[in-house]
Design a protein around this ligand. Structure first.
Ligand SMILES: O=P(O)(O)OC[C@H]1O[C@@H](O)[C@H](O)[C@@H]1O
Length: 299
């Protein structure tokens, strides 16, 4: 039987792409907020004996998390064979340790909650810094899709003589992959973060970059301060305005305008978080990972 795909409000386009890629059936999840702020969730399809895939991009996660957990638990309660989460952007991965005394390690708690109601989780480029895999915190099977191949294809087709640049050491993992796929050199900047919006970035060695078009790549663009500082350090050494590519377009508050004002050649993101800058789709690799998870859990 075809998988049934539900989505949270705002994720229509991604869900529609998944429906097509998986030849699945689309179904409606009704979400109502009572005057007191509580949520009512209703699955408008018979889920008995079906594989249910809930699509939810988890930017701004606090408002979405409870309805998502309610929907997943309801699907299971109503007889779904398996309930999978397709979260193109997965929230709560950056707090992967107690940075200050008394802080909650939210990555662990959030993963534990999700694992109580879902049978499997698929996401794109999870922000794994001190964790090596999602399996360290999720108690159900997971698939982490890489956006590097689709980004590399875009870079190879659209940028002449590119050099890929990551704004910090963490970004080396995906910058290196994109560089390999695009058959281009790469380098990584040095970053010091002093606060949410206080970031300093510097370019160590520029000798290999002359005559090339810089392409900045990062996984998350949130306040955009990292990207903005990276643009400045690339310009300081006389390189042309960079193409800026972010995987997850979080763009908090004025971040997108601030980034455009910093003078990039263009700004482009993957479609993991709906945004005007989306231009590279990860629907196909995410659909393949969902299919893989379905097949693995059927055996
Ligand atoms: O500088 P903003 O956009 O706020 O934050 C994004 C950066 O913070 C890191 O965790 C991400 O990997 C990225 O480098």
């Amino acid at each position: 039987m075809k998988p049934l795909i539900f989505h949270l409000p705002g994720d229509e386009a991604f869900a529609e792409g998944l429906v097509r890629a998986l030849r699945a059936e689309r179904a409606t999840l009704q979400l109502h907020r009572f005057p007191d702020g509580e949520s009512l969730v209703r699955l408008e399809a018979d889920v008995t004996g079906r594989t249910v895939v809930l699509v939810a991009s988890l930017a701004q996660p606090d408002a979405k998390a409870l309805p998502l957990l309610f929907a997943a638990d309801a699907a299971r309660d109503l007889g779904a064979t398996r309930v999978l989460l397709a979260a193109p952007y997965m929230a709560y991965l950056r707090q992967d340790r107690r940075f200050n005394t008394g802080e909650a390690i939210t990555s662990r708690t959030f993963a534990a909650l999700v694992s109580t109601v879902f049978d499997g989780v698929v996401t794109v480029d999870p922000h794994l810094h001190r964790y090596h895999s999602l399996g360290e915190i999720y108690r159900v099977p997971t698939r982490a899709v890489q956006s590097a191949p689709v980004i590399a294809t875009w870079v190879a087709a659209n940028v002449d003589r590119p050099v890929l640049i990551g704004p910090d050491a963490e970004s080396e993992q995906w910058v290196q992959e994109v560089a390999r796929g695009a058959d281009a050199p790469f380098t990584v900047l040095q970053k010091i973060r002093r606060g949410d919006k206080d970031v300093e970035v510097s370019l160590p060695d520029t000798s290999a970059l002359a005559g090339r078009q810089p392409v900045l790549i990062d996984d998350i663009v949130s306040s955009a301060r990292t990207m903005i500082q990276a643009i400045a350090s690339v310009r300081r050494v006389g390189l042309p305005p960079p193409v800026c590519i972010g995987v997850h377009a979080l763009f908090a508050a004025d971040a997108y305008d601030a980034l455009l004002a910093a003078g990039p050649q263009r700004v482009l993101t993957c479609d993991t978080v709906p945004h005007a800058s989306n231009g590279i789709s990860v629907v196909a690799p995410l659909a393949a990972a969902v299919q893989d998870l379905i097949e693995a859990s059927a055996t």
